[in-house]
Write a protein that binds this ligand. Structure first.
Ligand SMILES: [Zn+2]
Length: 54
């Protein structure tokens, strides 16, 4: 799994190479946290599905 990926940041309203800050394996699958390098906006992804947080 990549440590960086291009994400459109809802706070910056631009695409940035978000970096992965943590990854946990759950019985549901893999949970990972991603963070914007510009504004520190973060969100959680489970099994590749984004659960965007404000
Ligand atoms: Zn941002």
């Amino acid at each position: 799994m990549a440590l960086e990926k291009e994400i459109e940041c809802p706070r910056c309203e631009e695409t940035h190479p978000f970096y992965r800050t943590a990854a946990t394996t759950l019985h549901l699958g893999e949970k990972s946290k991603w963070r914007c390098p510009e504004c520190s906006y973060g969100y959680i992804e489970i099994n590749g599905i984004s659960t965007l947080e404000a």
